[in-house]
Design a protein around this ligand. Sequence first.
Ligand SMILES: Cc1cc2nc3c(=O)[nH]c(=O)nc-3n(C[C@H](O)[C@H](O)[C@H](O)COP(=O)(O)OP(=O)(O)OC[C@H]3O[C@@H](n4cnc5c(N)ncnc54)[C@H](O)[C@@H]3O)c2cc1C
Length: 283
Amino acid sequence: MVEKYIPASKIEALEVLSKHDCYIVAGGSDLMVMKKNTAGLAPKFDKDILYTSHIDELKGIYEDEAGVHVKAGTTLDEVLNSKLAPALLKKAVSQVASANIRHFATLVGNLANASPAGDTIVVDFLLDAKVKLESVNGERIVDVENFVLGVRKIDRHPDELITELIFPKLTYTGDMWWKVGSRKADSISKVMVAGYWGIRGKIVEKFALSFGSVSIKAVRSHDIEKEIIGLSVSELKARKNEFIEKYGKIVTPIDDQRSNAEYRHKVAMNIVSEFIDKVVGGK
Ligand SMILES: Cc1cc2nc3c(=O)[nH]c(=O)nc-3n(C[C@H](O)[C@H](O)[C@H](O)COP(=O)(O)OP(=O)(O)OC[C@H]3O[C@@H](n4cnc5c(N)ncnc54)[C@H](O)[C@@H]3O)c2cc1C
């Protein structure tokens, strides 16, 4: 028999999780599809369910010295309308699903679902987001790159609730977001790329790129970034093809129902080329 829990507060939710292994349902836009049943019948959940979307303590966005904190119950729509949320995150959020889904689906749900095609995860990786998890025994904070382990696999213990996603403050000269899908809206991504750069004088001071839908989880290379940071703009321009080749080795897409590996790889490398042009040309 599957039980459902509708806790009145965060601590009640943590108490439920300390005693019961539950599916945590926020907006439900991923889970209800995953657990769908024959038409007319309730979704097929095979273990208890904990609902969280009504808990006020889990809603909202605030800022402190650690950065911008997006609480777990914050919907994509609320992120989009926030003055505090990073601009690049908002660009990605604006292209997730459709307005009606963004109205109830959460940013944290997009991350915790850990789909290789999760749009906002690519930006979480790029912006060095941190995941705050709480249980009745305390809390811990994990770097998002270590938190996502693979397809629908995350570093969460059964008694833990994700309570926040934290975006450290970053400054840069420019950023870009690309989502390549079958159509402009309400489309699951074939490829996503997020990037930012910073130029001081004629030196590349900041450079970061992350990719989605090209591996089992979002991809970012701190090694390639380290090689690029510190180059002069003209050196980066001269070595552009070398870096495209390096990115080409870490972008390893597969064929699936939405696209094929060759197309995804080609598109991703075209985007890297366009991004480097932008960085060196200041276009
Ligand atoms: C028609 C349609 C179109 C879509 N289009 C896109 C798209 O373009 N791009 C895209 O990236 N996604 C898309 N999605 C997927 C989905 O809408 C997003 O992933 C959404 O952000 C999930 O949020 P949610 O609150 O609905 O998650 P839920 O379904 O409630 O949960 C998703 C996962 O997160 C876990 N979870 C939620 N909250 C917590 C918490 N506090 N602690 C621990 N675990 C938690 C759940 O247990 C579950 O495993 C689409 C979905 C649909 C149905």
